[in-house]
Design a protein around this ligand. Structure first.
Ligand code: APR
Ligand code: PHB
Length: 391
């Protein structure tokens, strides 16, 4: 088998890249180690920057997003039992974010890919990549007990943090930067109307961080900061609802509508960047190259901006016969990635309880929150990062 671009991983990065390349007439095959249903079973974040919405439109997969996505003009920051609205729209000259679940976005891209008759090989085992330091790279995998080889011009490593692509790069060719945070997020999904349908609420409380988000007007997504070694069994639905109420201001807490959870999990928080993102004919994109803590809702959006740069670079290579975009891919991505890493780290530091902060750190956090919600300059800095820095 042969294709122009072999894409490893059918998460949002791989699917979006495949769609954009297909629109430009560039052949691609996706190789995914899980089944489609497994990929759709992963519950992840759900706030889209405008560039991500625009890319979905470019990919021809935005019909449902246009109908079901909820536009947010502001975000709320809670602390000391009060809530403060940050007018993101007003402070950024009219920019907004859209609430739409990553699961739904993935489903839309999968369906568009199937409708276009493009090849995705699900449940591929023993995926390995070869000869990407030369011009004839190769992907090997096993499907239904048979060994296969896929020859290609380029390999796009869209296989997430635990994928095979980054792991296949020689150790001395790659530098990794990492910070692991001393807590996790317990998240639940429930079939109840969101307490704050017009603005995501980020709350700093004495008991730790809490977040009120949504998937639709009838489905809510809530999170609380928790110790990393907490057992999920300890967090019955009742314990969760009691805890989140204690972390919100009294007005919001009294209005929260509770109900049985349909998903519940604990996720660690991590900042991670691997540099560079290109190794000969192998290009990393999305979680394969970087992770942000979810506090700024940047993970999916960064994956989308990588894919925008990468698809443009492949299109230039095939249509305009120039490799300028491929040569500058890593540098262009990393500049935007590090700025999003900084923002996500900053917002995480501002809103969570750290075990070793002490009284001084606590007071500094309170002063910074006070400054953030009373200074237009500080609010604007938050707003422009939240809606996404320009490409
Ligand atoms: N071979 C083939 N596929 C693989 C392999 C492998 N060895 N290893 C992993 N995969 C697949 C995974 O099963 C997954 O479906 O690659 C896909 C990677 O998808 P994601 O982890 O969702 O990463 P990405 O597409 O870059 O999406 C980034 O996801 O987690 C969020 O914060 C992140 O929102 C961001 C988005
Ligand atoms: C979510 O809806 O899951 C969500 C929203 C905002 C975040 C993180 C997660 O910062």
């Amino acid at each position: 088998m042969r294709t122009q671009v072999a894409i490893i991983g059918a998460g949002p990065s791989g699917l979006l890249l495949g769609a954009l390349l297909h629109k430009a007439g560039i052949d691609n095959i996706i190789i995914e180690r899980q089944s489609g249903d497994y990929v759709l079973g992963r519950i992840r974040a759900g706030i889209l920057e405008q560039i991500t919405v625009d890319l979905l439109k470019e990919a021809g997969a935005d019909a449902r997003l246009k109908l079901e996505g909820t536009v947010h003009h502001s975000i709320d920051i809670g602390f000391k039992n009060q809530r403060h609205s940050i007018d993101v729209h007003g402070l950024t000259g009219g920019k907004v974010v859209t609430a739409y679940g990553q699961t739904e976005l993935t489903r839309d891209l999968m369906e568009a890919r199937e409708a276009a008759g493009l090849t995705t090989i699900y449940e591929a085992g023993e995926v390995s990549i070869h000869d990407f330091d030369g011009k004839q790279p190769l992907v090997r995998y096993v499907k239904d007990g048979q060994h296969h080889e896929l020859a290609c011009d380029f390999i796009a490593g869209c296989d997430g943090f635990h994928g095979v692509c980054r792991a296949s790069v020689p150790k001395d060719a790659i530098t990794e930067f990492e910070r692991v945070y001393p807590f996790g997020w317990l998240g639940i999904l429930a079939e109840v109307p969101p307490v704050s349908p017009h603005a995501i609420v980020y709350a700093n409380s004495e008991r730790g961080f809490a977040l009120c988000s949504m998937r639709s007007l009838t489905r809510s997504r809530y999170y609380v900061q928790c110790p990393l070694d907490d057992k999920i069994e300890k967090w019955t639905d009742d314990v969760f609802w009691d805890e989140i109420r204690r972390r919100l201001d009294p007005d919001l807490a009294s209005r929260i509508i509770t109900g049985p959870s349909i998903e519940k999990s604990i996720a660690p928080l991590r900042s991670f960047v691997a540099e560079p993102m290109r190794f000969g004919s192998l290009f990393l994109a999305g979680d394969a190259a970087h992770i942000v803590p979810p506090t700024g809702a940047k993970g999916l959006n960064l994956a989308a901006s990588d894919v925008k740069y990468l698809s443009s670079a492949f299109i230039e290579h095939y249509k305009e016969k120039t490799d300028a975009g491929l040569d500058s891919y890593s540098e262009r991505c990393l500049r935007r990635i590090w700025r999003a890493e900084r923002f996500s780290w900053w917002l995480t530091s501002l809103l969570h309880r750290f075990p070793d902060t002490g009284g001084f750190g606590q007071k500094i956090q309170e002063a910074e929150l006070d400054y953030l919600v009373t200074s237009q300059a500080a609010s604007t800095a938050l707003a422009e990062n939240y809606v996404g820095l320009p490409l």
